[in-house]
Design a protein around this ligand. Sequence first.
Ligand SMILES: [Zn+2]
Length: 310
Amino acid sequence: MPTLLLTHPDCLLHDMGAGHPERPDRLRAIEDALAAPVFNRLKRERAPLAQLALIERLHPPGYVEAIRAAAPKQRLVWLDPDTAMSPGSWNAALRATGAVVYAVDQVMSGAARNAFCTVRPPGHHAESSRAMGFCLFNSVAIAALHARAAHSAERVAVVDFDVHHGNGTQDAFWSDKDLFYGSTHQMPLFPGTGALSETGAGNIFNAPLSPLDGSTRFREAFTTRILPALDNFAPDVLLISAGFDAHRDDPLAQIELTEDDFTWVTEKLIDVADKHAGGRVVSTLEGGYNLDALARSTAAHVLVLMQASS
Ligand SMILES: [Zn+2]
């Protein structure tokens, strides 16, 4: 079974203006890296548009309509100090969520072993009724709910190694014991949530890191906290919020990881997925703002997914 790679040109048309770190060139840099011959075995497909009914499993219809109505005909509309919509943003957001939902369909049906979604805008900061932190719809949380509603998955896990805490995903999962959220992230840092003491219904596992913690502490957080909890949870499918902004070259944070750390964590997560979930892993891009580091880190992550599916 192949590794599925999903993207769509519409994701390039969401543009929050010159100088914004979450920019279309991020996807171009990743696509350039994934053009190397070693990635020829990827099964490449275009992301479909998400059905609104699927988005509305998490976001109230009034919020979805407000986002649609906010999309400008020209220039930019700012939803918060960090998050804007351009004329292409609505379709980009539907493609981003559509990619992760479709990837869940393909992996749950056995058409693909695992999948990576090269999409933007990211999603893990989006709360049910609030766009924030470059995010409009919480694609990974929507896809988790879809895995339960449309497939046989009883327990769905999201592991988030983006350097920022996925407050939106934590919120969405907070009181549901059959959903797992595990996150490493820098604290203090945007959005300010993600303390060790935030445990939900015993299904939330935060592992905050301090600036300059680096590879050793990052791996410790996984081996002592996230991975044992994930193993104990025994997910039927594992979703990954793959942000690469904990890289040492990233301009937004100071956790100082390298590509090797992303290779390592991907291998460890796949081990748990192999044990409990038949290897079913759906990973989607969140952050990562140094183009070279983002491209190298994503390539390292996707290569591990491919090795697991060969
Ligand atoms: Zn981030």
